[in-house]
Design a protein around this ligand. Structure first.
Ligand SMILES: [Zn+2]
Length: 130
């Protein structure tokens, strides 16, 4: 135990000393104001530091969430466009002959689904006289 009176603000992390500013008993007036009024001002004390970090994290998370949301909307738009395109192809599929359909589907294994869609378009183009 020190024999000296407490010269420093008793709040952990705060380096304000008596004689440098106003105190309320052993708590400096900035710490006292933050605790009693709930308004955080710049300070190295533990709770202002924690609150500042939490606010920064929240801001960063909000920015990341907005970016995620925008990316999601973009994906949703693309899915909607694909759904429209597939609905159109389904209608066109009906107009093809069995032989044309077989030829279109044969592209799937080699080149994937989008090549089937291209093939449908080609067949209809040929059918309609090119
Ligand atoms: Zn203090």
């Amino acid at each position: 135990m020190s024999d000296f009176p407490i010269m420093k603000c008793i709040v952990k992390g705060c380096d304000n000393h008596k004689g440098e500013g106003q105190f309320v008993n052993d708590i400096c007036s900035p710490c006292h104001r933050m605790l009693t009024e709930g308004v955080v001002t710049p300070s190295d004390n533990w709770f202002a530091t924690e609150i500042t970090i939490a606010i920064e994290r929240t801001k960063k998370a909000e920015v990341e969430l907005a970016a995620c949301s925008a990316a999601f909307d973009k994906q949703q738009e693309q899915l909607d466009r694909n759904a429209d395109l597939l609905a159109e192809k389904k209608k066109q599929w009906v107009d093809l002959t069995d032989k044309d359909r077989e030829e279109c589907l044969a592209k799937h294994e080699k080149f994937g689904w989008w090549s089937v869609i291209d093939a449908i378009e080609e067949k209809l183009w040929e059918k309609n006289g090119g």
